[in-house]
Write a protein that binds this ligand. Structure first.
Ligand code: ATP
Length: 249
């Protein structure tokens, strides 16, 4: 009898979990028959920060592009359950040859925000990027760190449900990295769900709730960040954390 009640309670608890924002099932991607992502299942839970780790060439960028819909899977399905469109920030910001302000305004306009509402949103986004002083400067004349702050603010201005980020701080110094991370923390507090690819173990420790570790296009580890860093289970993740090259036995 006791077990039955416990089972019922457990079922009720699972049933009351919010649905995932995105669920991928049996996801595979191949180029010229060369498999890059293999039969992968993955859920993006709301208000969690998911960090995807793995060695060079393990398939992180390809997976992120699949999840955002930039490329189509060879097989498998992705279901999304999001209120707003998702957005993506790349390692190299792709800014228009216009002013900082115009880059923000353009994105909001493309998203369908009316002119009067755009003015306030641009002001908020400039503050989010800490670029108020540079609003009228050509976006491409900003420093690398400033450009990336602008790219993040532009992506966040349209209030995406999920923000995908592919090594957004890979070429930035610690101070610029810290500013981007603060921007992302604020977005998380605002309800944006993050899916971040990084090579920076420190950043993963600071930013992640959950970790997925990829090896040769497969998820070999999926843990809470605390468990992953304390007790990585797979040999490839252990090697990665130790800064060693892992060679398949
Ligand atoms: N369009 C393509 N044509 C051929 N091979 C590809 C293509 N896209 C990806 N690959 C290969 O798939 C593998 C995974 O690439 P991907 O860029 O996803 O890895 P990654 O984990 O993001 O690597 P890195 O950490 O070096 O950025 C690599 O071996 C890459 O060469």
């Amino acid at each position: 009898m006791r077990d039955l009640i416990d089972d019922d309670l457990a079922t009720a608890e699972v049933a009351s979990l919010p649905p995932p924002l995105l669920e991928a099932r049996g996801l595979s991607y191949a180029v010229y028959r060369k498999p890059i992502i293999h039969n992968l299942d993955l859920r993006v839970e709301p208000n969690r920060r998911l960090v995807i780790l793995g060695a060079n060439g393990s398939g992180k960028t390809t997976l992120l592009r699949l999840l955002h819909g930039l490329i189509l899977p060879s097989s498998g399905h992705i279901e999304t359950n999001t209120l707003h469109p998702n957005a993506m920030v790349f390692q190299k910001p792709t800014l228009l040859r216009r002013s900082v302000r115009a880059n923000l305004d353009f994105a909001l306009k493309a998203y369908g925000v009316a002119r009067t509402a755009r003015r306030q949103s641009v002001t908020d986004a400039l503050a989010c990027a800490r670029l108020q002083e540079k609003a009228d400067q050509p976006a491409r004349s900003l420093s690398g760190g400033e450009q990336q702050r602008l790219a993040c603010a532009r992506a966040l201005a349209c209030r995406p449900s999920i923000l995908f980020l592919d090594e957004p701080t890979a070429s930035l110094d610690p101070a610029s990295t810290q500013m981007i991370e603060a921007q992302l923390e604020a977005a998380t507090a605002d309800g944006v769900t993050l899916v971040l690819v990084t090579h920076d173990a420190g950043q993963a420790r600071r930013m992640a709730d959950d970790i997925i570790f990829l090896h040769a296009g497969r998820i070999v580890e999926r843990q809470s960040a605390v468990d992953f860093f304390n007790t990585p289970r797979s040999a490839s993740a252990q090697a990665w954390l130790a800064g060693e090259l892992y060679v398949d036995p």
